[in-house]
Design a protein around this ligand. Structure first.
Ligand code: FAS
Ligand code: PHB
Length: 394
């Protein structure tokens, strides 16, 4: 089988790239190792930047998001017995974010894909990418018990942190920068009204807590826990009690922790990772295949969207003309924005989490940083600008 663009991975990066290229009349084949149900129900991100919302709308995938998504124009920070709201529109010239789960974005992209009958193969596991530095790169993959090959004009690795595409970049030119954090997140979904009508990020001596949401009746909640934590050690009541203690909501009007049936209990490790370059020959990396951010800044999914938006423009240019100018600039263009998101996610994570290696001195520094965000419009604007998302070609 041959295609213009072979895409490995049917997560948000791969599915959106296929959609953008389809809209531009470029044929693709997408290989996804898991089945449709797994990909559609994998609990992950919840916040879409303004730029992501704009891209989904212009790609024709935004209708249900606009009907069911929740537009948010701020977040609340809680620390040291105080709470401070960061307002987005007044600090960013009108930008907001959308609460609309990654699971829903993926469902919308897959549903649209089946209408266009684009070849999206589930249960197709890429084994290797070969001939990356030729004009006919090849994907070897396993599907329906048989090893098969897909020859391509271009290959894009959208296969996440554990994918194979990264291996196509020779170790002699591939550098991975990484950091793991001394804590993880325990995340739950709960059939319970959200704590508040905006997200609450809470710094507390007991550890970080985040109150988010999926719908007006479904909450998404996170607690900082030790690395290696077994979710079984956190029965529901213990989770609710700890959220109560860390969010410290007592007495706040309109803010209440409603307990409900818990599902989707999972522990998420926290890491930062960037692989450079994001391209070798005719093989490109996009999304988590190239970079990972701790989810504190809600950047992971949004970076995947900006990568494939930049890449789709470059592939359209190369496909329609002899110019490879945008393709040649792809890695540098994306990495500038990636490193900005890495820095913002690192800053949000290290400011809000209790690091077991911290002395009281570092904790005072954290509280001073949070106080600065509460009293300085300049500091708050820097947070708001990064949280709502920098321009795609920042
Ligand atoms: P993905 O990992 O989503 O998709 C990669 C796809 O490739 C998967 O479907 C996988 O099955 C497939 N694949 C892998 N190897 C393959 C192979 N060899 N052949 C074929 N297919 C293969 N971000 C936030 O902003 N907020 C959050 O709260 C948040 N929570 C997260 C929780 C978890 C547990 C994880 C792992 C990530 C979380 N993220 C969060 C980040 C997450 O949203 C990613 O940024 C986002 O999924 C990136 O999308 P993709 O790049 O498409 O990668
Ligand atoms: C989520 O709703 O899953 C979410 C929101 C904000 C974050 C991380 C996760 O920073």
């Amino acid at each position: 089988m041959h295609t213009t663009v072979g895409i490995i991975g049917g997560g948000p990066a791969g599915l959106l790239l296929a959609r953008l290229l389809h809209n531009a009349g470029i044929d693709t084949v997408t290989l996804e190792s898991r089945d449709r149900a797994h990909v559609e129900n994998r609990q992950r991100a919840g916040i879409l930047e303004q730029g992501t919302v704009d891209v989904l709308r212009s790609a024709g995938v935004g209708d249900r998001m606009d009907r069911e998504g929740l537009v948010h124009d701020g977040i609340e920070l809680r620390f040291d017995g105080r709470s401070h709201r960061v307002d987005f529109p007044s600090l960013t010239g009108g930008r907001t974010v959308m609460v609309y789960a990654q699971t829903e974005v993926v469902k919308d992209l897959i549903a649209l894909r089946s209408e266009d009958a684009g070849p999206l193969l589930f249960g197709a596991r890429a084994l290797a990418v070969e001939d990356a530095d030729t004009d006919r790169p090849l994907i070897r993959y396993l599907h329906e018990g048989r090893e098969q090959t897909l020859s391509c004009d271009y290959v894009v690795g959208c296969d996440g942190f554990h994918g194979v595409a990264r291996q196509a970049i020779p170790t002699s030119i591939r550098t991975t920068y990484e950091r793991t954090y001394p804590y993880s997140w325990l995340g739950i979904l709960a059939e319970a009204a959200p704590v508040y009508d905006e997200l609450i990020y809470a710094h507390s001596p007991r550890g970080f807590a985040l109150a988010s949401m999926r719908t007006p009746t479904v909450s998404r909640l996170y607690l900082q826990v030790d690395n290696g934590t077994d979710p079984a050690d956190w029965p529901d009541e213990r989770i609710w009690d700890e959220l109560d203690a860390r969010l410290a909501l007592s007495g706040d009007a309109g803010v209440q922790l409603t307990r409900g049936a818990v599902s989707g209990k999972a522990v998420l490790p926290m890491r930062s990772s960037v692989t450079e370059p994001m391209r070798y020959g005719r093989v490109f990396l996009a999304g988590d295949a190239a970079h990972i951010v701790p989810p504190t800044g809600a950047k992971g999914l949004n970076l995947a969207v900006s990568d494939v938006t930049v890449l789709a423009r470059a592939l359209v240019q190369a496909h329609g003309s002899d110019s490879a100018e945008l393709l040649d600039a792809y890695s540098d263009t994306c990495l500038r924005r990636v490193w900005r998101a890495e820095q913002f996610s690192y800053e949000m994570t290290t400011t809000l989490h209790h690091d077991p290696a911290h002395s009281p001195f570092e904790t005072r520094l954290q509280l001073s940083r949070l106080d600065r965000l509460a009293v300085s419009g300049h500091a708050a604007a820097e947070l708001a600008e990064n949280y709502t998302g920098l321009p795609i070609d920042y």
